[in-house]
Every structure is written in structure tokens, then in C-alpha cells.
Design a protein around this ligand. Structure first.
Ligand code: ADP
Length: 476
């Protein structure tokens, strides 16, 4: 049984969760302890005590610890990727790449631990000097989703620790295995007991306890918009810092002058890989009428060539959907799209495979319009729709007709349109001739509108969330 990690000790939980593979309902990945609100309170107290000790460690010691964690993850990326693919369902190559990325993130923030800088200014008053210092926030809660079970925890935990914070890590219920493996590596990195705590269990119990605890000064969350809103309602009134990464309904604009092959790759990669379960996935293809037929034909041909299967099979391009509830939601949206009058040009069906898993074929809707629910709501599965438009101006308008604003893409050879799109599309990330999904870890990640709230994640801008500024005045 895999236990929780509280105050430097591996602890039994109040219950046990069985973690099954979405590729094969008979494959039990492992048994994982479930913490409760009392365990959470104990971990919070431990984190409060440990945090000043950790913050007082020299930047070099903190950097060394993060570097050690990063090195071990990189050395074990195949094994960790295998576990990730088995429990989450993305295919092995993607899972190994994700594990590798988690290792690189820890290495990146090992360097950043040495680069915490402030400012020195003369005061507006003679004889007084001003220093602007960066300090740790304190105890932070980290609540993560199931779709990137090791990379998202890494890109929150690594900067939190780099800047001297103590961490309470609450992974998604569906993927405790990757979280536990990461925690086990962190547990051996020489952090003071209580600096890093793993609390596996229910979001409504542990997540809520973190949201309600005054000692938890900041919460970094990635997940659904509904849960993000709930966190805001719980932790906002007590003025906790919040970093919320939520949904997306990311547009990919394809103009008539696009390189067709490149556009098809962007569309297929962006919408269907990782089973479409990425907050940055393209789910709206906004296509100029002059290229529409050629684009649709090429995308459907490419979709025909993709094999959906067991995440661990080397033949699979796309794995199963992560769980039965998500699969049902995807199928519900297929029905909604048909009711709304969109035309299902490809997929959207349940698939039978050797093993009992949550398999469905990648779905493409045609003749969608921007006001349809399938064009407005995040589905979070291998489902995309095509909206045909007359020209670039109409494409931009449709792209911005969304409550979300995470990532946006355009395929075009026009410098003029690419430049205009980069400036005017309402999103936190914008891609020209490259998929909306697939982002670098050394630059900011985040969105606008209902996609994100709070400072950006990743890269050196992560410091803005995980530190607080203090202004010191000195008269000599
Ligand atoms: P997803 O299902 O896409 O991962 P969720 O928002 O349901 O999105 O879950 C994201 C994370 O938030 C998970 O770790 C989940 O357990 C947690 N969570 C769920 N409900 C709450 C809540 N009320 N308060 C805090 N965290 C929660």
C-alpha cells in the first residue's frame, strides 16, 4: 500500500483507493492511502513549522535538493513514464516525454533558486535607501488534475520549493501513482521534515481543507473552472493568494494560404494527441472556406490512420479516455453536437479492444457554428469541430467568441495575418504554424478570461506567485 507523506513520515490513511488502468479495467496499478481533513490539518501544522527552516537553507542547498530530484526523475523517466501511461492512459512515448519534462523543470528551478534578486533604489527623500526584497510566501497548497500527473505537479512544486515555501501536495484522485512516485523521490532529497507533504484523497475533503486553512497562504490549482471558482469562493474571502489554471476552448485558425500539410499536423496533434485531454488542446478549427474541403479531407484521412489502443502498446497513437465519467461526458457531447445540427464527419464511437478500457474514436464535427455548445464548452476529449468562415477577420472574431482564452493558433504563410493574430487574439499563449498544445517549461504558461486567474506559471515568472515583495527603507 502506498502511503501519504506527512511531516517526513509515511502515514496510513483513513481509507484505501484502488487505482485501475483506463486501458484495462482488470489492471490494478496499486493501492493508495486516502488522507482526511485531520491528516490535512496535521500536515499544515508540520508545514508551518518546517517552512522557516527550509527558507533559511542557503540557496545552494535548495538548488542542490532540486537538482537531485530532477536528476533522479530524468534517470528513471522510462519507468516513471510507464507508470504514468498505465494509470492515466496517454501513450508511452508521450508519458516518457512528460516524465522527462518533469525532471527538466526541477533542474530549471534548481538554477532559479540561485537567481532570486531584488532592487536597490535611492529614496525620493535624501539620505534614505530603499531595498525591494523577495521573500517566500509561506505554506502553499498545490492541487493538481489528472491529465499531466507528473509535469503539472513538477511545475508547481519545483518553484514553490525553490523559493523557500513549504508544500502540501494534493494530486488528483485518479492518478495517485505518479504523484506518489514523485513524492517518494522528493522525500529523499534532504528537505527538513514537513517541508513537503503528500495528501492523496478526495478534492472535496483535502482540497477544501486547504482552501479553508488560514495557514495556507497560497494555493496553486489546475483543474476545472467549476472547482477553480469554488476555491476562489472558499480561499478568496480570507485573501489567500490564488493561481488558478482552468479550462480552454482553444481555436486553431486555418487560412487559405496555409501550408496544408502543416495545418493538418497542427490540427491532429493539437486536438487528438493525449486523447484530447489537455487544457491547451485545439477543439475549434476555424477554417477559411477556400481551403475548407481540402483541410477536412486531409484531416479525416489522417484520423483514419491513427490507431486507438492500450497506452502501453507501441502500436497505439492515442490511448483510452482517462475514466468512465470522462468517456460518458465525451459521448454526451457527441449527442449534443448532433442535436445542435453539426455533422459528424469522423469517429465519436465507442471502440472495443482486447482489454476492457475506455476507448473511443477521435471525433470531428463539421458545419458547426460558434454559438453551439460543442463550440463553446470544454469537452476535454478527442472531439473537435470545424467552423467555416469567409476570411481572416471573421476567423479572428470567431476565435475570440469564447469565455476562455488559454491558447490559440493560426496556420498561415501571411506575415501580416500572423502578426495581427498574435496581437489581437484573446489568449495567454498564441502559436503560429505550430500546435496549440505543447508548451515550453522555461517561459510563462497561462491564459486570459475564464482560463486563468493570478500570476503566470513556469519559467522565471513563476517567482511572482511563489514570493512576496517587501520594501525596506534605511536611513544611514
Ligand atoms: P479535473 O477533473 O479536470 O482534474 P477537477 O477540478 O475536478 O478537474 O479536479 C482538479 C483537482 O481539484 C483534483 O485534485 C480534485 O481532487 C481537486 N478538487 C476537487 N474538488 C475540490 C474542492 N472542492 N476543493 C479543492 N479541490 C478540489
Amino acid at each position: 500500500m502506498h502511503k501519504n507523506f506527512i511531516d517526513g513520515v509515511w502515514c496510513e490513511g483513513q481509507a484505501v483507493r484502488e487505482n485501475f488502468s483506463p486501458s484495462d479495467a482488470t489492471d490494478l496499478v496499486g493501492l493508495y492511502a486516502q488522507a482526511d481533513a485531520q491528516d490535512t490539518r496535521r500536515a499544515i501544522t508540520a508545514a508551518e513549522q518546517a517552512q522557516p527552516i527550509w527558507a533559511a537553507y542557503s540557496p545552494q542547498r535548495r538548488a542542490d535538493a532540486l537538482d537531485l530530484i530532477g536528476s533522479e526523475i530524468l534517470a528513471r523517466r522510462e519507468e516513471l513514464g510507464h507508470l504514468l501511461a498505465r494509470e492515466e492512459g496517454k501513450v508511452l512515448t508521450e508519458a516518457i516525454a512528460e516524465a522527462g519534462r518533469a525532471g527538466q523543470i526541477f533542474k530549471f528551478f534548481a538554477g532559479e533558486a540561485l537567481r532570486v534578486s531584488g532592487e536597490h533604489l535611492d529614496s525620493v527623500r535624501t539620505g534614505i535607501e530603499v531595498d525591494v526584497l523577495r521573500q517566500s510566501v509561506g505554506v502553499v497548497g498545490i492541487i493538481t488534475p489528472w491529465n499531466f500527473p507528473i509535469a503539472i505537479p513538477a511545475w508547481k512544486i519545483a518553484p514553490a520549493l525553490a523559493y523557500g515555501n513549504a508544500v502540501l501536495f494534493k494530486p488528483a484522485d485518479l492518478v495517485p501513482g505518479s504523484a506518489w512516485a514523485l513524492a517518494e523521490i522528493i522525500s529523499r532529497a534532504g528537505l527538513p521534515p514537513g517541508t513537503f507533504n503528500l495528501l492523496m484523497g478526495r478534492g472535496s475533503v483535502i482540497g477544501q481543507a486547504l482552501a479553508d486553512a488560514p495557514a495556507v497562504r497560497a494555493i496553486s490549482f489546475t483543474g476545472s473552472t467549476a472547482t477553480g471558482r469554488r476555491l476562489m469562493e472558499s480561499a478568496g474571502p480570507r485573501f489567500a493568494r490564488l493561481q488558478l489554471e482552468m479550462g480552454g476552448k482553444n481555436p486553431l485558425v486555418v487560412l487559405a494560404d496555409a501550408n496544408l500539410e502543416q495545418a493538418v499536423e497542427c490540427a491532429v496533434q493539437g486536438a487528438y494527441f493525449s486523447t484530447g485531454q489537455r487544457c491547451t488542446a485545439s477543439s475549434r478549427f476555424i477554417v477559411e472556406k477556400a481551403i475548407h474541403q481540402r483541410f477536412v479531407d486531409a484531416v479525416t484521412t489522417r484520423l483514419d490512420s491513427l490507431r486507438v489502443g492500450h497506452a502501453l502498446s507501441p502500436d497505439s497513437h492515442i490511448g483510452p479516455v482517462a475514466d468512465a465519467a470522462q468517456l460518458q461526458q465525451n459521448l454526451d457531447y457527441i449527442a449534443i453536437g448532433l442535436t445542435e445540427g453539426a455533422v459528424l464527419a469522423h469517429g465519436g464511437q465507442l471502440l472495443k479492444r482486447d482489454k476492457e478500457g475506455h476507448y473511443m474514436s477521435p471525433a470531428l464535427f463539421l458545419e458547426a457554428s460558434s454559438d453551439m455548445r460543442i463550440a463553446q464548452e470544454e469537452i476535454f476529449g478527442p472531439v473537435a469541430c470545424v467552423i467555416a468562415v469567409d476570411d481572416y477577420e471573421a476567423a479572428l472574431q470567431v476565435a475570440n467568441d469564447s469565455p476562455f482564452g488559454l491558447s490559440a493558433g493560426i496556420c498561415t504563410t501571411s506575415l501580416k495575418h500572423a502578426t495581427h493574430f498574435k496581437r489581437h487574439v484573446q489568449s495567454g499563449m498564441v502559436m503560429v504554424n505550430t500546435p496549440t498544445a505543447g508548451v515550453d517549461y522555461h517561459v510563462p504558461f497561462g491564459g486570459t478570461k475564464a482560463s486563468s486567474h493570478g500570476p503566470r506559471e513556469q519559467g522565471r515568472h513563476a517567482i511572482d506567485f511563489f514570493t512576496t515583495l517587501k520594501t525596506a527603507y534605511t536611513q544611514a
